[in-house]
Design a protein around this ligand. Structure first.
Ligand code: GLC
Ligand code: CA
Length: 536
């Protein structure tokens, strides 16, 4: 396969820097820590790493409130450490994707400090300032809501005006309509490209532009105020198209560069509409995590999600992504599995790595890290602090990577910034490394299989004509071969007939009962068992 394209056919691994590896004992992961674990990541078999923000930040939103987009927060290292990280990653064949949050800055960013300093400051227009409506005190200009709670407008007593923030009030939204701001933002992109990064994950990119007239959003029923609006005027504006084209031209000035957008309030059609020539390479559709009121996680539901997603992306002629977990979601293994049993986590990992689309793996997913239940007093994440218990926040999926059974789990010799999961003592890389049946070794084998299989990378997704209840069975077909995936979602042993052909067990605990080519084969799957079969 000489047309291997890293961002399409490879696997991208998300690192949350402050929780990955701490080398100086301050309890916060750092860039040298990531560098020290590159051998592990290369050995795992992923193709790229995406680094959540490591830029200077006052931590109102744990790094997603950036006060300097072209520097490294001293707590995480320095630019030289970043250069070393990129060099060492490239030496191991790993690409590096940065997380750019360009919808807003921190309120400590010099741009905002200047903008706030006076109504006549040249940078005033770099953010979205308005006079409050006359009448009620500081009445906001429209009904827009911050997604972390409350009105999206914050009053600034010094100037008597309000500014817009779609997230916390410490994250003022920039004004992408201002040409100087636009240039300054694109310079950030150029800065990192020149430093050798391979691509970007664009934080809430589809919210960059807001309705020019700032019209109020229409009402719809929902739980929180933010959900009780149709987000017609505060995101997905047509002005996005020329900006994406300009961004793409910049990226295309370098070989094999990439941008994936975090589609805010995504649907498959919406995400696909942002991908393609003169647009992004990819955009998350979050078919398995967001904006799904509940997660049935049954074979039927999973197939429906996949078919719906693939139809949207195929119509647009673009390639999808698959995401089961990230720093905004409960841990995959806690969402889909029960207790500490890893059989369902293996099934989830198999889905992630064998359906169509570029897989995004969240750090620790390969050892089945579980969500940590924090006490209310321990919560740090703004939506959790505000909405607990309706929303417990996202701290629980950001706990330190569990490397070994030492007191700091191999993450830190100091006191971690967030409590370790108590299961770190026995759920960790070192122990799973030595256990041939562990989720970690399973993930490594699966990644190796995928790496060698054109069918698993690019093959057509062939859903089942009919499947015994409780089983999820599909094929990936390419001219170079076929892989059949069979997953048993039930707690009973199940048998199924195989389609005609000579099948060979490539991975899993399933068992072929009849391998006689004259008779159709049968496959037996243990409870919550799985099999990947080669052949057909
Ligand atoms: C994105 C990030 C999330 C952050 C928000 C605001 O949704 O994934 O972590 O809080 O943007 O930047
Ligand atoms: Ca550190």
């Amino acid at each position: 396969m000489d047309d291997f394209l890293w961002w399409r056919d490879g696997v991208i691994y998300q690192v949350y820097p402050r929780s990955f590896c701490d080398t100086n004992g301050d309890g916060l992961g750092d860039l040298p820590g990531i560098t020290s674990r590159l051998d592990y990541l290369a050995g795992l078999g992923v193709d790229a790493i995406w680094l959540s923000p490591f830029y200077p930040t006052p931590d109102a939103d744990f790094g997603y409130d950036i006060s300097d987009h072209t520097a490294v927060d001293p707590r995480f290292g320095a630019l030289e450490d970043f250069d070393t990280l990129v060099r060492e990653a490239h030496r191991r064949g790993l690409r590096v994707v940065l997380d750019l949050a360009l919808n807003h800055t921190s309120d400590r960013h010099p741009w905002f400090i200047e903008s706030r300093s006076g109504r006549d400051h040249p940078k005033r227009d770099w953010f979205i300032w308005r006079r409050p409506r006359p009448g009620r005190r500081h009445a906001p200009p429209n009904n827009w809501q911050a997604s972390f709670g409350g009105t999206a407008w914050e009053y600034d007593a010094a100037s008597g005006e309000v500014y817009l923030h779609l997230f916390t009030r410490q994250q003022p939204d920039v004004n992408w309509r201002n040409p100087d701001l636009r240039q300054a933002q694109l310079d950030v992109v150029r800065f990192w490209l020149e430093r050798g990064v391979d691509g970007f994950r664009l934080d809430v990119f589809n919210a960059y532009f807001k309705d020019e007239r700032l019209r109020s959003n229409p009402f719809k029923p929902g739980l929180r105020a933010f959900d009780r609006q149709v987000h017609l005027h505060d995101m997905d504006q047509p002005e996005m198209a020329p900006l994406l084209a300009e961004l793409r031209t910049i990226l295309d000035g370098y070989p094999e560069r990439y941008a994936v957008g975090e589609t805010y309030l995504s649907t498959p059609d919406k995400a696909a509409s942002y991908c393609g020539a003169e647009k992004l390479h990819a955009a998350f559709s979050f078919d398995f995590i967001r904006h799904v009121p509940f997660f049935p996680w049954t074979p039927g539901w999973i197939v429906r999600q996949l078919l719906r997603r693939d139809a949207s992306f195929d119509r647009a002629g673009v390639w999808p992504t698959t995401v089961l977990g990230n720093h905004d979601q409960r841990r995959t293994a806690s969402r889909y599995g029960r207790g500490e049993d890893d059989r369902m986590a293996k099934i989830a990992m198999t889905i992630l790595l064998t359906v169509r689309g570029t897989p995004f793996m969240y750090y620790g997913e390969e050892i089945g890290m579980r969500n940590l239940r924090l006490r209310r007093s321990e919560l740090m994440d703004p939506p959790g602090v505000k909405y607990w218990p309706l929303d417990i926040g996202r701290d629980g999926c950001r706990t330190p990577m569990q490397w070994d059974a030492t007191p700091g789990a191999g993450f830190s010799s100091g006191r971690p910034w967030i409590r370790l999961h108590p299961n770190a003592a026995w759920r960790n890389v070192a122990i799973q490394d030595g256990d041939p049946g562990s989720l970690l070794n399973f993930t490594r084998q699966l990644l190796a299989l995928r790496r060698a299989s054109p069918a698993l990378q690019r093959g057509e997704f062939v859903p089942p004509a009919r499947t015994p209840p409780g089983l999820l069975v599909y094929q990936r077909r390419s001219p170079a071969g076929t892989v059949l995936v069979a997953l048993n979602f039930t707690r009973w042993k199940r048998r199924m007939d195989l389609p005609p052909g000579a099948w060979r067990l490539a991975l899993g605990d399933g068992r072929l009962i009849s391998e006689n080519p004259a008779r159709p084969g049968r496959l037996e799957l243990p409870p919550l068992g799985l099999a990947l079969l080669d052949g057909g």
